[in-house]
Design a protein around this ligand. Structure first.
Ligand code: G
Ligand code: G
Ligand code: MN
Length: 410
């Protein structure tokens, strides 16, 4: 296939109530070799999405006769295989919010464009060479809708699951604080299946217990061996290391869960205080009273508790202060955008302030560069996690990473 043919495959569908704007977009896009269609009518737009299968759509958010947000929501239901660009004369904050909401509904948001925009801004967003990979990712994940409980059982039996560990370091000075363990599924035919996809399936089929069991046994054994090696190398003055484990809310509902944790710790000689149980905000707030009992018991036994993805749920400060968390993890969506979003910086600062006032440690997730690290240090964040420090690695790779850190491990 020639490059020209490839270009000809780009089909752009535009929905805007303003004729001149729509026509201007068409002219610019056609100049770049993109085939276009333009409509001022939402119904026509959806017919076009179904029949013409555009590769790109541009939607105006503010139209007098229809609500752009509703158009986006309806578009998300169709699960179209296209990039979405949102334009609007509404303020930048509204555009950002609309973009986030559409992204959360599963649309592939390629960009947002405040009106008025220049031809070069639009051309840049329409750049033929960009963003095709995300497109592919979406396809693979859609295949996985067919994932069944039996696949997970088979995967466990055939050892397709494994664990990776991502380091957490101190914001000031970069000293190692611990690791978060993350589950990976390498399926022989389907390739890597992300946890976002299979955790929910496991929960639905009553298999989350088996997965958690696997994670706890394997991660505890790995971590306990690591601690012993460190001790042998007399690293005691380095301070304790922690292991963070993600826990599904269904596990919390399992009456045997607490004892199982205690037993697993004892069997490998790990003190519960070395373990940080990560629970998501949404999960714990579903039943704040029930959670309070269990979480308090876990704290009494010595386990640390972390509230994960903080800022993405809807918990109120009142609910939060009642629950005995030791750590709060700022969701990576805020951290990733910290450098260019004033809004994100405001959220980050408020979370740090709130957490510190409640006596919690604050971890920022998704640190991808030094500038973000510098900002977080300035904002008085405690711990960092992110690709800039290290990507999640196999247990073996962690050992190599540690030697390079000067933290001697045999
Ligand atoms: O890197 P990553 O794609 O692993 O993680 C995506 C999401 O999956 C995260 O929100 C994480 O909390 C969740 N996750 C990863 N490993 C586990 C696990 O072992 N148990 C549970 N319940 N969730 C996990
Ligand atoms: O939601 P939870 O915090 O449990 O999951 C952590 C997720 O964040 C994992 O999917 C992990 O791979 C991912 N992650 C860790 N560091 C970074 C980072 O620097 N950037 C991005 N984009 N993702 C990260
Ligand atoms: Mn986590």
């Amino acid at each position: 296939m020639t490059a020209n043919n490839k270009q000809a495959e780009r089909r752009l569908l535009i929905l805007d109530d303003e004729k001149d704007i729509g026509q201007m977009i068409e002219a610019i896009a056609r100049d770049s070799g993109v085939v276009t269609r333009f409509t001022t009518d939402a119904e026509h737009f959806f017919v076009g999405v179904g029949d013409w299968t555009p590769t790109d759509v541009i939607i105006d958010l503010m139209m007098p006769d229809m609500d752009g947000v509703q158009v986006l929501r309806r578009l998300a239901k169709v699960e179209p295989d296209c990039r979405v660009i949102i334009i609007s004369g509404a303020g930048n904050r509204i555009l950002q919010a609309a973009g986030r909401s559409a992204g959360e509904h599963g649309l592939n948001i390629h960009g947002i464009l405040p009106k008025p925009f220049s031809p070069s801004q639009l051309r840049e967003l329409l750049d033929v060479s960009t963003s095709l990979t995300r497109h592919t990712n979406k396809k693979t994940s859609r295949d996985l809708v067919l994932l069944r409980g039996g696949d997970i059982e088979k995967g466990l039996a055939e050892k397709q699951f494994s664990l990776v560990y991502q380091p957490k370091v101190d914001c000031r000075g970069g000293k190692l604080n611990g690791f978060e363990v993350l589950l990976r599924w390498y399926h022989p035919e389907r390739g890597t299946i992300p946890p976002d996809r299979f955790i929910a399936v496991a929960e639905r089929y009553g298999l989350i217990g088996s997965l958690t069991d696997f994670v706890l046994k394997e991660a505890f054994a790995w971590f306990s061996a690591l601690m012993q090696r460190c001790r042998r190398n007399d690293q005691a003055e380095e301070g304790p290391l922690f292991l963070s484990v993600n826990i599904s809310s269904l596990s919390l509902e399992d009456p045997g869960f607490e004892q199982m944790l205690v037993d697993y710790c004892a069997s490998v000689g790990l003190p519960p205080s070395a373990l940080m149980l990560e629970l998501t905000e949404t999960n714990t707030m579903k039943d704040p009273t029930g959670s309070l009992d269990l979480l308090t018991r876990l704290r009494i036994k010595g386990f640390q508790l972390s509230i994960d993805d903080f800022g993405t749920g809807y918990s109120s400060m009142l609910q939060l202060v009642r629950l005995p968390f030791s750590e709060m993890k700022i969701d990576k969506s805020f951290v990733l955008s910290a450098l260019h979003s004033e809004e994100s910086r405001t959220v980050i600062k408020s979370i740090i302030d709130l957490g510190h006032n409640l006596g919690m440690t604050i971890t920022a997730e998704g640190v991808e560069n030094q500038a973000t690290w510098d900002y977080l240090q300035e904002a008085d964040c405690d711990l960092l996690q992110g690709f800039y420090i290290a990507e999640p690695m196999s247990g073996e790779a962690v050992l190599a990473w540690l030697t390079q850190l000067d933290l001697k491990v045999e």
